[in-house]
Design a protein around this ligand. Structure first.
Ligand SMILES: Cc1cc2nc3c(=O)[nH]c(=O)nc-3n(C[C@H](O)[C@H](O)[C@H](O)COP(=O)(O)OP(=O)(O)OC[C@H]3O[C@@H](n4cnc5c(N)ncnc54)[C@H](O)[C@@H]3O)c2cc1C
Length: 319
């Protein structure tokens, strides 16, 4: 089984050694910043400082960085476009690896109309959607309007309109704790609703998708429809992190939250959107603690009134 390549090591975060910044700078040729505030990176606009934020420029460098951090027992976390992450107010003790600059992609069209689309983890889904509209590639329309990156979408098994990223995935490249790259086929991976189960230290470096050639007009029409629906349903004018909770079996989380009367509930500058109950919006100066308090309030009320245990979809990191 593919996952046996990976040791499920766990880093004791309370005993995390300090990062030797000079030594770390020497192993990175891309950008690295220290003591970086993260509220300007997360789509919901909250988060304290990370000890370091590093931007590997290619797969080799990504491997070098993960190997170094693992061998020094320094916690790390990979991020893409920060659209499903809440960083706590005291920040993140360790290194955040941003895949932002790993954004090379290419495609290959076969005679039977199959399209193999390769993309590094930092490629934005919106760029892939633009490519599909331009070239007439079908299969990815459901990703229109999901503001994430390829790596984030694969890790979250992002989905909408009845489809998930796993449905169009062929293979991915994973970087293990020793910095080694392994290719994994979709069938060897454990995808579930909004998650791909991977060892904590593993980073997705790239992905290969299988699409098909089709009429450009139809693809463009479908993508425009989806984008318009999203504009109407989602409070896109405010900073947010997409769906806060996973949809439990039965009804969408947003409808349950509306049914218990929590739309519009507010703590500090964090508010449960009046437009969509599963979105928390930042009205200006929300703190992560306000958002987490609102999340706790929703979970409590929904459990008390509906006996439903809501599980967060959004990832919460830091102290
Ligand atoms: C307005 C809005 C609408 C949204 N609509 C949808 C929707 O319809 N459907 C949906 O599924 N989601 C939706 N989302 C949520 C989010 O956009 C998706 O989950 C997206 O796929 C996350 O990608 P990202 O690059 O932003 O990931 P990030 O937020 O950067 O990270 C998310 C998680 O993935 C991990 N991760 C990121 N990159 C890597 C990597 N290379 N290797 C390993 N782990 C990695 C992170 O550690 C984190 O745990 C929406 C969000 C917003 C703000």
């Amino acid at each position: 089984m593919f996952l046996s390549h990976f040791a499920r090591t766990s880093i004791n975060k309370h005993m995390a050694p300090l990062l030797n910044t000079e030594e770390f700078k020497n192993i990175v040729s891309g950008r690295v910043v220290f003591d970086e505030p993260l509220d300007c990176h997360t789509s919901i606009g909250v988060g304290g400082k990370a000890d370091a934020l590093v931007f590997p420029k290619d797969v080799k460098e990504l491997g070098r960085i993960t190997a170094y951090l693992n061998s020094h027992h320094i916690p790390y976390c990979a991020v893409g476009n920060w659209t499903n992450i809440i960083v706590k107010d005291n920040g993140y003790r360790g290194v955040i690896i941003s895949l932002k600059y790993m954004r090379y992609f290419r495609w290959n069209i076969e005679t039977d109309g199959k399209v193999f689309l390769y993309a590094q983890a930092g490629v934005k889904l919106s760029d892939m959607i633009a490519l599909c509209m331009k070239e007439g590639f079908t299969g990815m329309e459901f990703c229109a309007g999901i503001p994430g990156s390829v790596g984030g979408a694969v890790k979250m098994n992002a989905g909408a309109y009845g489809k998930e990223i796993k449905d169009i995935l062929e293979t991915i490249t994973l970087i293990d704790a020793r910095g080694h790259a392994h290719e994994a086929s979709r069938d060897s991976l454990r995808f579930t609703y909004r998650d791909l189960d991977l060892p904590e230290e593993t980073v997705i470096a790239d992905a290969l998708f299988l699409l098909r050639k089709n009429s450009r007009e139809e693809i463009v029409k479908r993508i425009r429809e989806i984008m318009n629906q999203r504009k109407m349903r989602h409070p896109l004018e405010y900073p947010n992190a997409g769906s806060i909770f996973k949809n439990p079996k039965g009804s969408p989380a947003g409808e349950i939250i509306e049914a218990v009367g929590l739309k519009g509930a507010r703590i500090g500058d964090a508010e449960i959107s009046e437009r969509h109950g599963n979105f928390i919006i930042n009205l200006g100066h929300a703190k992560a603690s306000d958002i987490l308090e609102l999340i706790g309030m929703v979970k409590d009320k929904v459990w008390r009134e509906k006996s439903i245990s809501l599980e967060t979809e959004v990832k919460i990191i830091g102290d």
